[in-house]
Design a protein. Sequence first.
Length: 203
Amino acid sequence: LSEIPTVSSLYSLARLGKTSSERTPVRALNNIISIIRYDITRLEVDCIVNAANRSLLGGGGVDGAIHRAAGRQLVEECADLEGCDVGDAKVTSAYDLPCEKVVHTVGPVYDTEFHKDPRRPEALLRSCYRRSLEVAVENDMTSIAFAAISTGIYGYPSIKAATAAVDEVRNFLELPQNKGKLERVIFCNFEQKDVLAYERVIP
Ligand code: AR6
């Protein structure tokens, strides 16, 4: 991971789609992981990961942006899922979005979980990344873009969130059963504070 470059070429990433296997051979983790600053609703990856709430019925932040861009059908499909636990993830179609699927995960509200037990926020955030990756692979997704889960309204400090996210993704990619399953994992940030956090965690 120490050799992972910071990817600034948004245009090549925005073109990533089903044919990415021809263009993106899997050789090492630094061929798989990218950090970008972009609107996740515009990425043509197999799936994007939404920072949802337990109702899965939409909200503000990236959740609101995803629901607006996907159209009404998304909330209708979400309504059938009967919510989602904190730390878990569920998948839907993407409707009017340029990706194929949306993985909805529910991050921890940092302060609330911290007051129950200081170890809870990290355990739950790691679970969000792990479960999202599991759901993506179960659905034959080969490229995935994560919003910075919990770092907005839910108040998770950016550096701590980036550290847990990157470590959990690395753990997942290094499991023997997951080798070669994912060709691209993008940490898609919106705000400069999160970009800087990821650049500190991934030199
Ligand atoms: N593309 C990529 N990232 C974005 C975008 C976008 N279009 N818009 C915002 N972000 P948040 P949370 C970033 O607050 O903290 C909702 O109401 C943003 O800069 O969206 O997990 C849900 O329904 C931040 O880094 O999610 C829940 O109730 C990151 O997305 C609650 O917010 C996550 O910020 C979840 O809070």
